[in-house]
Design a protein. Structure first.
Length: 321
């Protein structure tokens, strides 16, 4: 049975119909590198804050919630009003070194940041990106880390959004689609059973290897069967057109919505001045609305995947302290 706090927070991250339409811009090192590559001089911290606030201001009104980081997104967003109180808010807890192969990448947590702090500052969800392969040497270690975050989220009664990312054990190869699906199914079963609240999942077929709708549909149905919790589709850097197609198939298969980043706003990175402003005022919001329409038409409401908390008049008497 879902607890009252988690139920409340999940409702704040979804549309009134119960769908995740979440905009993600918690990217840090890799996004800053891309922004620097598009300018003549490196961005300062304040410049990076400005970029994130531009994206949040443009897309927040078209989202059920946003996922952003404490340093460049949350602090200024709350104080400036870019993150208004009625907008759901998710925060990451990890630091990711994209320069290392996932098999060699340690699971590092943000210093001086925690589940407790996310809850205290008014967050509605905790997100962890987790490169994962069930046969990796560090799989058990990662299970233990996930269990600890589950415990922390239970303690503070806040939902845990886990983002497991499958990878090849051979650093020189990409997972073929058959193995990609096998690993994706395994991780969905494992982490659903462990007790995460929502799975934030990449599409279970590599679009570069296959564009067959039949394969895409079958893979998403298999993922849905493996998930005993709500799941939402992430964009993983694919083009907007590809993600829109993937989103419809995933939602028809049982996904409860999308958590989308670069597929919606990536072009803004290379644009400057009025061109960036125009893109964020026109193209990006239109994309977000199109995804919201797909979710409204096809996605499964998250409440269908949980048991509602008890609401008898004395519910609060036994509510966890």
């Amino acid at each position: 049975m879902t607890t009252m706090g988690k139920y409340r927070h999940l409702s704040r991250t979804t549309t009134p119909a119960g769908h995740f339409v979440i905009m993600a811009i918690d990217h840090r090192t890799n996004l800053l590198e891309n922004l620097n590559a598009a300018t003549d001089s490196p961005l300062s911290d304040s410049d990076f804050v400005v970029f994130k606030q531009q994206v949040l201001q443009a897309l927040g009104p078209h989202s059920s919630a946003v996922l952003t980081d404490p340093a460049y997104g949350i602090g200024e967003g709350i104080v400036s009003g870019t993150l208004p109180g009625q907008l759901g808010l998710l925060a990451p807890i990890e630091v990711t070194d994209y320069g290392l192969h996932p098999s060699q990448r340690p699971l590092d947590f943000m210093p001086n940041w925690s589940v407790k702090k996310i809850k205290m500052m008014g967050g509605d969800g905790v997100k962890l990106l987790l490169p994962y392969h069930p046969d990796a040497d560090n799989a058990a270690e990662k299970h233990a880390s996930v269990e600890q975050i589950i415990d922390d989220c239970d303690t503070y009664d806040i939902p845990f959004f886990l983002e497991p990312i499958p990878y090849s054990l051979d650093s020189a190869k990409t997972l073929p689609n058959d193995e990609l699906l096998q690993v994706s199914i395994a991780m969905c079963k494992t982490f659903s059973e462990m007790g995460v609240d929502v799975l934030k999942l990449p599409f279970p077929v590599d679009a570069k290897q296959s564009q067959e709708d039949v394969e895409w549909i079958a893979a998403c149905l298999a993922i849905d069967a493996a998930c005993s919790v709500s799941w939402a589709l992430l964009s993983a850097g694919v083009s907007y057109e590809t993600f829109l197609q993937q989103s419809q198939i995933a939602c028809q298969a049982g996904a409860s919505g999308v958590i989308v980043g670069r597929a919606v706003w990536a072009e803004a990175v290379a644009l400057q001045g009025d061109e960036r402003t125009t893109f964020l005022a026109d193209v990006a919001p239109r994309r977000m609305q199109e995804l919201a329409d797909v979710c409204a038409q096809f996605a499964r409401p998250w409440i269908e995947s949980v048991d509602k908390p008890a609401s008898a008049i004395d519910w609060y008497e036994t509510y966890q302290a």
